[in-house]
Design a protein around this ligand. Sequence first.
Ligand SMILES: Nc1ncnc2c1ncn2[C@@H]1O[C@H](COP(=O)(O)OP(=O)(O)O)[C@@H](O)[C@H]1O
Ligand SMILES: [Mg+2]
Length: 311
Amino acid sequence: MVLISQRIFLETIKKYCLARSIAVEVRSGGWLVIMTKGGTRRLAIGYDIGLNSAVAHQVANDKSACAEVLASAGISAIPHRLFLGSKLSKHIPGSDSLDAMLLLLAQHPHGLVVKPNEGTSGELVFRVTTRTQLETAVARILAAHPSLAISPYVEIKDEVRFIVLDDCALLAYVKLRPTAVGDGVHSLRELAHKTAPADLLKTITDDFSPAVLDSIPPKGELRIINWRHNLDSGAEPVLLKHKEMPHFGGALAINAAQALRIRFASIDVVQVDGSWHILEVNSGVKMEALGKRAPDLVEMIYSTALDKVFA
Ligand SMILES: Nc1ncnc2c1ncn2[C@@H]1O[C@H](COP(=O)(O)OP(=O)(O)O)[C@@H](O)[C@H]1O
Ligand SMILES: [Mg+2]
């Protein structure tokens, strides 16, 4: 089975290799790619093309470890506290403590964000403000993942993704969340149905209470219909020019890459109360959603990275 979502990644690799007489074998339904040129063999797995060390890869994908490494390097990052599910927690007393989670909830009146510690794409990312919501979120995540991370909820003004290769930002875009404009007639639910794809609608129903969904936003009022910034759940990328990057947390993203000793990564920075913080780092650079809008740019990025692989 070819993973549909990996289409652009695989096509770009194949095109790159064809143009340079590099033999390509695609295995495991597209998950594994073997590239051979003369005596040189290089591998790509998932969205990882092999530029990052195993440690950099693991730390980046472990949200809690990543926040710890960045904090210890003096780089501002949204804290992610690790909690373990029952399979792992028996080795570390207190690592599954509901009391510790409730204490965090009490300390953060705007609520918490609970998510899989090694998740992607905004799946199972919950904002909770009550004990019941917290317990439900924890149960849902731990049914599917071995561990979770809890952060204080922060009011994000902008979330920006930087694609970084060897300490240079190749590309950056702001993620604009999906919105609906009130007309004074239709409910939020009806407005959302008009603008949002079906899979996003399910998330929206999870996020808002039925009363809010049935309320009618006043004419002209702009409502964000998903508080998460994932492109997979309806956000739109707005590309930044190179000269704009420094104003959107560009230096912080590069510093984070250096602290993690990661060569090729996508790094998300968020603006909260006028300052920038790292939200997450991904060591596999996935650009499927961007590729539908700016295929040339995506090709440029993977080609630049593959040049380093074969350098
Ligand atoms: N602590 C937080 N406060 C506010 N929003 C958050 C917080 N953590 C995550 N989010 C929102 O949820 C989205 C997904 O979270 P993220 O940590 O990026 O996980 P994923 O790997 O699933 O994308 C982010 O794009 C952001 O909009
Ligand atoms: Mg994310």
